[in-house]
Ligand binder design. Structure first.
Ligand SMILES: [Zn+2]
Length: 293
């Protein structure tokens, strides 16, 4: 176990959320960015900085790392170094938590920090990294992404107890998904439908097996809530500072598209889990048939 805790952030990757660049849904939503001309970009950028100032997030120690093609390697260094320093300060218990979070965010989006930074530079995504209190975003070309990310930070720093608890728990709840799936795959199916499960363990595992797809999908609920909150808060903030209706409409559609990647992921993970259990049981039934004489 000690080697696990000695591993540095660059090797386990920093927990992040960035639906926009999810490899899971190949390239489908990679065109989230609305096409803005130079004047519009300027308007959004100014609005973004004003909004950032108004939120008071800077006083909470949160800052923006503007990542472009020109400085992406420096940005990667900065993020990695800050994450390492943060990691070194953590207790063993917190380090374990970071591992779980990083592992789960990687399940959703199996890219490393390097790829993430690259995706930010090329305007495919943006992110809020709560551990190092940074927004990672291309403010030159995709400043509109920051409103959603500020929404995350607002929940993180000013949310009520429930929404704060929700944002902190999201990756831990998601970690139940592989537990549900593995339990269902290991559990042998009942020989016939009328057979009732006996005892707490049998009853629980039977319930998990019978509802595996739904349970796996349910582990996405905290993420779905958090993402919806971030977009609602971000859109509200944008409305205060952006005058142009067409830009606001474009932002709304960006938020909706990003959200639909999460809904799709929920459906995919749930559906695939249910199918996996179905086929596992069919194969084991077939195997039984061929060996039962
Ligand atoms: Zn988000």
């Amino acid at each position: 176990m000690s080697s696990l805790f000695n591993t540095e952030p660059s090797q386990f990757e920093i927990p992040h959320s960035n639906p926009e660049s999810m490899n899971l849904i190949p390239r489908m939503f990679n065109t989230l960015l609305q096409t803005l001309n130079e004047d519009e970009l300027k308007e959004v950028r100014e609005a973004a900085y004003k909004a950032f100032g108004k939120t008071g997030l800077k006083d909470k120690g949160i800052d923006i790392i503007n990542i472009t093609e020109n400085n992406k390697f420096d940005a990667l260094d900065q993020i990695t170094n800050e994450a390492k320093a943060d990691f070194a300060r953590r207790t063993k218990f917190q380090k374990l938590g970071l591992y779980i979070q990083a592992g789960m965010s990687k399940l959703l989006n199996p890219v490393g920090t390097e790829t993430l930074v690259d995706a930010v530079a090329s305007c495919q995504t943006a992110g809020y990294l709560p551990t190092i209190k940074k927004f990672i975003i291309n403010m030159d070309s995709a400043p509109d992404f920051i409103f959603h990310e500020m929404g995350h930070a607002l929940t993180d720093k000013y949310g009520n107890f429930l929404s704060k608890f929700n944002i902190k728990s999201r990756f831990y709840v998601l970690a139940l998904a592989p537990v549900f799936l593995l339990t269902s795959l290991i559990k042998t199916p009942n020989k016939n439908k009328d057979e009732k499960p006996e005892g707490v363990v049998d009853k629980t595992t039977t319930f998990i097996k019978n509802n595996c797809g739904k349970l796996v999908a349910a582990t996405f609920i905290p993420i779905l809530i958090d993402e919806a909150l971030a977009s609602i808060k971000g859109q509200k903030l944008a409305k205060e500072f952006i005058q142009s209706k067409s830009i606001l409409d474009g932002l709304k559609s960006t938020h909706l598209k990003a959200y639909s990647t999460y809904l799709l992921a929920t459906g995919l993970f749930g559906g695939v889990s249910a199918l996996a259990v179905y086929f596992r049981d069919r194969w084991s039934a077939k195997y039984k048939e061929s060996t039962d004489y």
